[in-house]
Design a protein. Structure first.
Length: 252
């Protein structure tokens, strides 16, 4: 009887672990380097416009997508590749509005609201001066280093992770040089460990396109791509979402 009871408990525990794994799947997939564009569509009287068609276009790749605004006038595009976008909004009885050159960075939620004017759909109004480039829908604290900056600054060994040090809250501890033959940091022999907001260097978590890239023994990424292969990276050192549960800071 005891063995049978123990077997039943083992089966229940296995089922519980399976359910936990299935439920945690979406959270794990949410951890990525993609961005989002959200916004609100209204008329000149500040009334929401439902059923408006909002379309995005990636200016580098030509990829497009569309969304029909909800009854409250809201729209959202998720899982977008970081880059420069053009967002177009049209509705029957209103002029078409366009927000060109919206720069979406890694793991950013960008707001672009539209106020449509009465007129023909064939008439176009450019609203680039009113596009909201400040991230207001995400409380993450951190800074983005672009490929332009990586190419402009001198990098020993072409190691982009050296530029983590230019972000706020990052210090390099004395004696934290990684020169062991077992722990080479790319081509940079004199790489120094970094501490973010006073945490241990080993607490930095590295991700490449949402995939964990952490060395299991040393405080560095297991794979260090060339700076020419990195479009941009973001150091997230505070208030990031629960999807990033590994490490005190994230290099995304």
């Amino acid at each position: 009887m005891k063995m049978r009871k123990a077997a039943h408990e083992f089966v229940r525990a296995g089922i519980g672990l399976l359910l936990l794994a299935l439920l945690s799947g979406p959270a794990a997939r949410a951890q990525n380097a993609q961005g989002s564009i959200v916004g609100y569509v209204q008329d000149t009287t500040h009334a929401a416009i439902a059923g408006a068609k909002v379309t995005y276009r990636n200016l580098a790749t030509g990829v497009t997508g569309s969304f029909t605004t909800t009854s409250s006038g809201d729209y959202v595009f998720v899982n977008l590749t970081p880059g420069t976008y053009e967002v177009t909004c049209s509705a029957k009885g209103f002029k078409t509005a366009v927000s060109p050159n919206l720069v979406l960075q890694v793991d950013q939620t960008l707001s672009a609201d539209f106020t449509l004017q009465v007129g023909s759909v064939t008439q176009r109004v450019t609203v680039s001066g009113r596009a909201q480039m400040v991230q207001t829908d995400n409380a993450t604290v951190g800074g983005v280093v672009t490929s332009r900056l990586m190419q402009a600054l001198p990098l020993n060994g072409r190691d982009f992770t050296s530029l983590i040090a230019i972000n706020a809250g990052v210090t390099q501890a004395s004696g934290g040089i990684q020169t062991s033959v077992f722990d080479l940091h790319g081509l940079y022999d004199a790489y120094r460990e970094m501490s973010v907001d006073g945490a241990r260097p080993a607490s930095i978590s590295y991700l490449i396109d949402g995939i964990t890239d952490n060395d299991m023994f040393f405080s560095k990424p297991s794979n260090i791509p060339s700076e020419y292969a990195v479009q941009e990276f973001k150091l997230q050192n505070g208030l990031y979402s629960a999807a990033y549960g590994e490490g005190a800071a994230q290099v995304n």
